[in-house]
Design a protein around this ligand. Structure first.
Ligand SMILES: *[C@@H]1O[C@H](CO)[C@@H](O)[C@H](O)[C@H]1NC(C)=O
Ligand SMILES: *[C@@H]1O[C@H](CO)[C@@H](O)[C@H](O)[C@H]1NC(C)=O
Ligand SMILES: *[C@@H]1O[C@H](CO)[C@@H](O)[C@H](O)[C@H]1NC(C)=O
Ligand SMILES: *[C@@H]1O[C@H](CO)[C@@H](O)[C@H](O)[C@H]1NC(C)=O
Ligand SMILES: *[C@@H]1O[C@H](CO)[C@@H](O)[C@H](O)[C@H]1NC(C)=O
Length: 724
């Protein structure tokens, strides 16, 4: 690991005082040395008087305010504010005003993009000898709900970008809607062609559920929240669990960014696909689909006959036996979507760096919500604004970051990570040459525990920073203690999945990135009940978890923005690359595939890591000797190599068949957009080869192995700064 610079880090938990003044021992010497010494002191006086980065880091940590976070969350969640609506442009204005009030230059960046709203929905269930059931498709308001009046403004329950159409057909039960679930149905001889697939939420991205259903031949899909996964205790408002009528809304588009500008930014007047062309994309679900409540899902399952489904397809205690179908229950599903161009707005706020204004540390969170956004995402927005408040306090005490800090509040994340993606695409060349790191927080607080994902050169920084932040639920412990006690495996997740706004930064342009949260999951996700009351009662009653999230986020940002040498450690990356190869090795045993190009390139990368480590050591030793004196160009050179190494993992052509995904180490797997596979290209090729078992398909695996080895070799060269 790159240890913290001894010279300017007297102690990680530094007292709230500037570092000691320089010793004046030289004053007793003879005139000539005295003059030299005086000149030396004078020339570095400014440096000596400016507090070290650790001073401001400690000050930042001391300034947390749970009341500030709560006030922002309450204000942001007054009304439902889905992307493209007036309610959401009011939240943009709120964030804009909050950030400009600290005199950080702040602007709105609007984009016109293709969004999707429901125009008409109906769902009815018939079975012989029974009355037809017409589902209400509404989430009930509980007595005394303070948001009862504005609940009507919430977008009706739907699946964004589902195809318009009407289907009347028998029902088939498809468990979690994974590729293997549909394969199981086929193996059991359940013919799903032309049927309505009913699947439950919980294992894969909903867009993949609908596509898997379509690919298996289904004419329509219905997705519900099974009580086993979402209602294991008292329902909201008495407990945190999903009420029986609660529905998880969401997008089913598997692409990233505005569907009308698939590889480029939605800038004003730009080239675009027509809406019909965009809707015909293979990344669109292509069939009508609706989400339903646990109550409605169970009503449908009760009328499905056929063979009893296997054990791991069943519901919780007390649920009826689930059967596979098809039929005899028949669903009549009608969905008419309104795919329409709408305006979204990112809010971008810039705190300009003093020494290296042209290096960026970017913090991002989205603002648009399917309903109120109590957890998702405005707990993150509240943390962002609370963090900004603290930075403005630092600024009043004389702080200016060394590098530029950019605070971003994205729009239309829920639809397809649209706001962040369009901005990254529009600013790609600038961002790739200047961005040190991107720090994402989507929902900041779900409940207990600490969760983090990162590109591996940031692992060590995350661990160190978490040791300085208090566990919000136990003041005698650090966030690090809480994290270690959680037993999550792996401890630090990776960013191959498409779940949030880090996607464009990591997977499209190769920026070192982090994604973090306090807690990781909650049952009322994307439902009408994700509001301030849920957060206040169950997510974070004292709003101390919001403070901890903001502390961690801001501390990591301050270390990246203010420390002279970037706190990156690529040895973790080398280990990750090696572990990934071990996983692949097991899967290709006995196959006509050689992993030696990968082994060789990783060995090269490891050598580069050792070389840069010893350079860093030498630089630090020399720096201590020279008493704060450093060689700015030497430092810039090494920092640039640390920053650009991640870029080298990206490749112009991108993943095979998915050219937007340029990163060959981290990207989503083909069948689950949430899945964070390492080496996604190799992984996809192996899956295909195992299915088809042809020599060509194994040659395709070998080809992917060579491609990955080449980018790792490039990364090694960038890290050492050498030419062949
Ligand atoms: C579609 O949405 C747009 C924008 O909200 C609205 O103006 C239009 O009337 C809607 N069309 C239909 C058919 O609902
Ligand atoms: C499934 O049903 C469809 C439509 O009824 C039919 O065309 C197809 O041949 C069936 N598939 C199998 C494997 O039986
Ligand atoms: C399905 O429902 C729609 C809307 O209620 C209705 O218009 C249509 O006739 C129904 N189709 C069938 C085949 O029952
Ligand atoms: C807080 O943490 C300390 C140290 O790990 C532990 O001894 C104590 O039991 C914890 N307190 C609570 C309330 O969990
Ligand atoms: C903030 O925390 C204090 C205790 O530290 C608590 O009394 C107060 O109610 C909290 N504020 C909010 C809004 O929860």
């Amino acid at each position: 690991m790159p240890p913290q610079d001894g010279a300017d880090e007297p102690s990680a938990r530094a007292p709230l005082l500037p570092p000691p003044a320089p010793r004046r021992a030289a004053a007793r010497l003879h005139p000539l040395p005295l003059i030299v010494a005086a000149a030396f002191v004078a020339s570095f006086r400014f440096v000596f008087l400016a507090p070290a980065p650790s001073y401001y880091q400690s000050l930042f940590l001391s300034l947390g305010s749970n009341d500030t976070a709560a006030t922002h969350l309450r204000a942001l969640t007054q009304r439902p504010h889905v992307a493209g609506t007036r309610a959401n442009s009011l939240t943009a204005a709120y964030v804009h005003d909050a950030l400009s009030s600290h005199s950080f230059p702040t602007r709105l960046t609007p984009y016109s993009v293709l969004l999707s709203y429901p125009a008409h929905r109906s769902l009815s269930l018939t079975a012989s000898g029974r009355d037809t059931v017409h589902f209400a498709l509404e989430q009930e308001i509980y007595p005394g709900d303070p948001y009862a009046a504005v609940s009507a403004e919430a977008v009706p329950t739907f699946l964004a970008y589902a195809a318009s159409g009407s289907v009347t057909a028998e029902v088939v039960y498809a468990n979690y809607g994974r590729a293997e679930d549909f394969a199981y149905l086929a193996a059991r001889g359940v013919n799903i062609t032309g049927k309505v697939a009913v699947a439950r939420y919980g294992k894969v991205f909903r867009g993949d559920i609908v596509r898997n259903a379509r690919d298996a031949g289904a004419a329509a899909a219905v997705i519900y929240n099974d009580a086993k996964d979402y209602a294991a205790g008292n329902a909201f408002p008495d407990g945190p669990w999903m009420p029986p009528t609660g529905v998880q809304v969401g997008s089913t588009f598997k692409g990233v960014g505005d569907p009308t500008t698939p590889m480029w930014a939605s800038s004003e007047g730009c080239q675009r696909l027509s809406i019909a062309e965009a809707m015909a994309s293979d990344d669109m679900p292509g069939i009508p689909a609706l989400p339903v409540s646990g109550m409605d899902g169970e009503a449908i399952l009760q009328l499905i006959g056929g063979d009893v489904a296997p054990e791991d397809w069943q519901g919780g205690a007390g649920a009826p036996a689930y059967r596979l179908g098809p039929g005899p229950a028949v669903l009549n599903l009608t969905y008419i979507g309104n795919e329409t161009m709408a305006t979204i707005q990112n809010v971008i706020s810039v705190i300009e760096g003093k020494e290296e204004p042209e290096r960026y540390v970017i913090l991002g969170n989205h603002r648009d919500a399917w309903t109120f956004g109590g957890v998702d995402p405005n707990s993150g927005t509240a943390a962002l604004l609370e963090l900004a408040q603290r930075l403005s306090e630092l600024q009043k005490k004389g702080w200016r970051p060394r590098r530029t800090i950019i605070l971003c509040n994205w729009d239309a994340e829920e639809y397809a990570l649209i706001g962040s993606t369009e901005w990254v695409e529009e600013n790609r060349a600038m961002l790739t040459s200047r961005t040190v790191a991107y720090l994402n927080v989507d929902s900041a607080v779900f409940g207990r525990g600490f969760y983090a994902s990162a590109t591996p050169q940031l692992d060590e920084l995350l661990k160190e920073a978490s040791k300085q932040v208090q566990n919000p639920d136990n003041r005698t412990e650090s966030l690090y203690d809480l994290w270690m006690a959680s037993n999550t495996s792996p401890l630090i997740g990776r960013l191959g999945g498409g779940g949030s706004d880090h996607s464009a930064f990591v997977q499209h342009i190769g920026i070192p990135s982090v994604d973090m949260s306090i807690g990781s999951d909650y049952p009322v996700y994307h439902s009408l009940y994700d509001d301030f009351i849920w957060m206040e009662k169950f997510g974070d009653p004292l709003f101390q978890r919001h403070v901890a999230a903001a502390s961690m986020w801001g501390l990591v940002a301050l270390r990246l923005s203010d420390e002279e040498i970037l706190p990156f450690n690529y040895s973790y990356y080398a280990t990750e690359l090696e572990n990934g190869v071990m996983g692949i090795n097991e899967r290709v045993l006995g196959m006509p595939v050689s992993l030696s190009p990968l082994h060789k390139s990783i060995k090269e990368f490891r050598r580069a890591v050792l070389k840069v480590d010893s350079e860093l050591k030498a630089l630090r030793t020399w720096k201590i000797w020279a008493q704060w004196r450093s060689c700015p160009l030497k430092v810039r050179d090494i920092n640039d190599r640390l920053m650009m190494t991640e870029r080298a993992f990206t490749e112009r052509e991108g993943l095979s068949g998915r050219p937007w995904y340029k990163h060959l180490i981290y990207g989503p797997s083909l069948h689950n957009d949430y899945g964070a596979e390492i080496y996604p290209g190799i992984d996809d090729a192996i899956q295909t080869a195992k299915r088809t078992s042809t020599l060509e398909s194994w040659q395709a695996v070998q080809n992917e192995i060579h491609r990955v080895a080449r980018v790792i070799n490039q990364a090694a060269l960038v890290l050492t700064g050498g030419l062949t």
